[in-house]
Design a protein around this ligand. Structure first.
Ligand code: ADP
Ligand code: MG
Length: 245
């Protein structure tokens, strides 16, 4: 019996991007299976956000291509517009709409009947433990609570992939690990494929199924957190991981 191989949820092949003659992405390739959390980890300026922006469709690569579930999303001639990629976004400065209630924020990108939307909003707010705030306005919530609403909003339309760019960096240090753990639990329940960008090894170690270690526009090592920590590819990688508290 022959088996058809299942294509990865996200496949990134040979991305190149330069700005003003400077190579910012140099042959970036990786794939993410459904249900997996992958962390793109590296120091500031190494090209993480640029990679995410190209996958989201708000920037364009010079070379390379992106496929979702085996279907071409963009190469250098063909391009599915950002709003038709079924990709969710959660950025640090991706604020809630201040004039909309918590429920309206979460329902914002949802299609379907009123009853269907209400059910999905209630389900997600329950999962992030904010059911009692369904009719609150964003300014009445703490930073951590607003962040959980933003997560619910990003997941509401069931995106095929969720892109998260330093999503916890605006939060109080003491809250971060709890919110990381809660976020991870919800992502796993939803079965979403996630690409999470961070410059903090501790965060990647805590959340990732797989880490892509990036430096100066290249992925220099990839693997399970345990493997990167125990067998860093070189001295620089070892020094980077030695900061973990
Ligand atoms: P990271 O997210 O890893 O901190 P970025 O992807 O934001 O890094 O940026 C990588 C490099 O590309 C940086 O040196 C940055 O200054 C440069 N860069 C990013 N976007 C632009 C742009 N639109 N124009 C010029 N340079 C850019
Ligand atoms: Mg960045």
């Amino acid at each position: 019996m022959t088996q058809t191989p299942v294509p990865p949820r996200l496949q990134v092949e040979g991305l190149m991007r330069s700005f003003g003659g400077r190579q910012v992405l140099d042959d970036v390739s990786f794939s993410i299976p459904a249900g997996q959390v992958t962390c793109l980890l590296g120091p500031s300026g190494c090209g993480k956000s640029t990679t995410l922006r190209i996958i989201a469709g708000v920037d364009m690569q010079d070379r390379g291509r992106i496929l979702v579930d085996g279907a071409l999303v963009c190469d250098t001639v063909f391009r599915v517009p950002p709003e038709r990629r079924a990709i969710g976004l959660m950025f640090q400065d991706f604020a809630l709409f201040p004039h909309l209630s918590v429920a309206e924020n979460v329902a914002f990108g949802l299609a379907g009947s009123r009853a269907e939307k209400r059910a999905r909003v209630s389900e997600l707010l329950g999962r992030v433990h904010l059911a009692r705030h369904i009719d609150s306005m964003p300014h009445a919530l703490s930073g951590g609570e607003q962040q959980r609403v933003a997560l619910a909003r990003a997941l509401a339309p069931r995106p095929r992939i969720l892109l998260m760019d330093e999503p916890f960096s605006g939060l109080d240090e003491r809250l971060r690990d709890d919110i990381r753990d809660e976020t991870l639990a919800l992502l796993k329940e939803e079965g979403t494929a996630v690409l999470l960008v961070t410059h903090e090894p501790h965060e990647a170690m805590r959340m990732a199924d797989e880490i892509l270690l990036m430096r100066e526009g290249r992925i220099v090592q990839r693997g399970a957190p345990y493997n990167l920590y125990n067998a860093p590819v070189d001295r620089k990688a070892a020094a980077f991981f030695s900061d973990i508290n």
